[in-house]
Design a protein around this ligand. Sequence first.
Ligand code: ADP
Length: 630
Amino acid sequence: MAKKQFKTESKRMLDLMINSIYTNKEIFLRELISNASDAIDKLYFKSLTDQSVQMNRDDFKIDVSIDKANRLLKVCDNGIGMTEEELDKNLGTIAKSGSLQFTNENETDEHDVDIIGQFGVGFYAAFMVADRVEVVSRAYGSDKAFKWQSTGADGYTVTEAEKDTVGTEITLHIKESTEEADYDRFLDTYTISSLIKKYSDYIRFPIRMDMERSRLKEGSDSEYETYTENVTVNSMIPLWKKNKKDITKEEYEKFYQETFSAYDKPLRVIHQKAEGTTSYQALLFIPEKADYNYYSKNFEKGLALYSSGVKIMDKCADLLPDCFSFVKGVVDSEDLSLNISREMLQQDRQLKVIAHALEKKIKKELEEMLEKERETYERFWKAFGLQLKFALYSSFGAERDKLQDLLLFTRASDSKLCTLKEYRDAMPESQKYIYYAAGESAQKLALLPQAETVRDKGYDILYLTDDVDEFLMQILHAYDEKEFRSISSDDLGLESDEEKKEITEKAEANKDLFAAMQKALDGKVSEVVLSSKLKSHPVCLSSKGAFTIEMEKVIDAMPNVQQNAPKAQRVLEINGSHPVFNSLTAAFAAGDTKKVENYAKLLYDQALLIEGLSVEDPVAFSNAICELMQ
Ligand code: ADP
């Protein structure tokens, strides 16, 4: 029988397992048991809708057995099993290929630990403790069984085998102990049974093992004898069915990490029992960290859905709105029909009622966290704030009432995160708008010349550093009747009537100069104006209308931008109190057109640089500066 090769990524994952220095090798057992339980779930679910599966709930079990002399550990289930093709496909390729991207970047030991902990490694975890693994499986509906076996990275074989019953039997040939690692413990009944209790207690099917017990010998009151008893090791009660007060924080965390192969600890646990027209139990977790693929299209949102303790779906997407897609958890309801198909589930009224109630609950919990546990909320925000913003933006503001008070932005005054309400509440009476500056980083935004005047007035500025931010502001338009205004827009509404009058007069007096400058800039700006927002800087760039320069940058950075992508209408603002302005007016009065032209170009290029844009002709820019320096 020719050996088949693992797919490249699987091989790499396998190498990682075999050579792993990961100390927590024992998790292999929870991975195998979880697979067994999934396989049983599948067959049990089938049995409820398909008469030909003649199995009852009580018939399902997972058997774990040890053969110390031959160094074997077996995990057997009577679940759905695998066909020859499935053995090849499922065990020859790793499903979680995304996790491998991380090994490419960095293959330090620390990373190794991270991957194993963070992604859960599934079946291949067996190779952390075994130097040979055999999987004999017979799929439901087939009368043939097949055996998959492998000694590691050099490949695997699949051959025909004998198996009387449907299900899967996995045999691990446990490695010999070395000085560094003790593998013998995985052949010890008590160690294995306590690992089952530790990691797989909530598995809803019995995990059975032969345990050695001792008892008084018959007829004796002092002599003991040992005997073997086949016992169920796990308690089988799903955590969400238990009473809140009987569950410790550690138990919740353990459940979260095991069920979702998570590495972090949940920031918040939401355990809800609802009774009424629709009854359900929900155990939800707000993670601390986003999954590695959370912000990619590969991410699948959803909650595990059970009907009276039977798993119907691993990830029911309809239970979670997009804005809260980061939530992980389980929902169990007696009111859902088991016979329901996945397509029909979407239409199910009960499911909609549950989804709606969960959404309200999650929102309430987040609000409470924001109010009472600010530091935790800020950690949440760092991981998932972007998702809230995306959701709000893509709903075109329809979710405004639900989400706007959950938003946080960095404010200029103390570089801390604040809510829109906090900003609004701190606004002085005289302040007309909620000011924001959009750009790459808070550090850069703090340097914008326009910021100076706004801050001098005693007004705070929100720093927007995510691409979506400014688009979001435009959709929200206002908060509590105060409009959002970019500090780079042409009208900041800062001047008093008097100042306005002064500026208008000065602008009027110099209108020919500005016209000449605009001409020199040859269509690059739609206007050259006298600025009301500059203090120490001679020049800045602003935009007219709703589409700003920052938004233009974001659009330009997108892949496949169209030729006719929208452009901001640029306005060059000149500081009338700056010495440079005096030189300009003097040159203009003296009829030195060349100088006015050169200055206009130089000032425009400077404004571009300040905005974080590139100068169109760097050589001309440099030459112009050299000329000035001579
Ligand atoms: P995951 O369980 O996350 O999909 P694994 O590497 O653990 O990844 O398993 C790969 C696949 O192999 C599973 O998705 C399942 O289809 C199949 N499989 C593993 N163990 C069993 C089993 N005991 N019975 C049936 N199928 C199994």
